[in-house]
Design a protein around this ligand. Sequence first.
Ligand code: MG
Length: 298
Amino acid sequence: MAPNMPSLTTDPRAADALSRVRVLYTDLDGTLVAKGGSVLADASAAPSLVVAEQIVELNRAGLKVVPISGRGRIQLRELTQLLGWDGYIAEAGGIIVHGTGLDFSDRVDLGEWPDDAIPEGVTPFEAINDVRAAETLMEAFPGRIEHYAPWQLDREVSLLLRGCLDTAEGQAVLDALPLPLDLVDNGMLRSYGTLTCRDMPPHAYHVVPRGVSKARAIELDLAWRGLARDQAAAIGDSATDLQMADAVGVMALVANAFGSNGVTSGLAGTPRDNVWRTEGERTEGWAEFARAWLAAAR
Ligand SMILES: [Mg+2]
């Protein structure tokens, strides 16, 4: 659960910090969208305008909303355009894009890799596959990790996997490969797919060039936009989302985040004074953030 974490709606410090916010980086799965992926649903996935109404209000009020997700570029471009936004961050921080039409600018982040880490014409995704990162994890943890089909396709920077792993143990396996890679926990999933583990809920994982993260992508994007850290907020539900707290003034965790092991251990490991919780889960927590920002901005 959420030990002593102040509420975004009732803490006066949150209102003060929100009043400076001009851009919101929002996670999608488990945060902006309900179970099953709909934005037109309440926290229990029943049809609802709870989030849609607040998206319209934020668009009217001029808050920039930037989806930041493990999803790939094609998925995010469509969603961003549908919701009336104009930029997004894909593949867990690996791809930063401004603009959704034919006229767009993008940056691919290689994290700590030197510019010449991979040959011309080879994508980071292909380089990660060339060192057999997914196969090596599957051999080390049989039945506990697999490709997260069909979303593992059309990727450029990161692998997308589904599994039940201790991230430190998975990271140790990756560390033996001849390319510096990070294993990133991107939160709980509903389906085990063909996994045989049942001792923990299935999670989505990314394998990314070392250093690539949502937090680093936000820092790069804020510099690109000419905004300061305290002009940014982020909202999410997973361990990798919590790290966005290092790059923004206001970090909001939706209530369902506290069911995730990675989030509770992340909170215990690094005390932070800029993290708030919402009372609501998923879409309802997102709408709560929007109402709190609108109230603070007035
Ligand atoms: Mg999520």
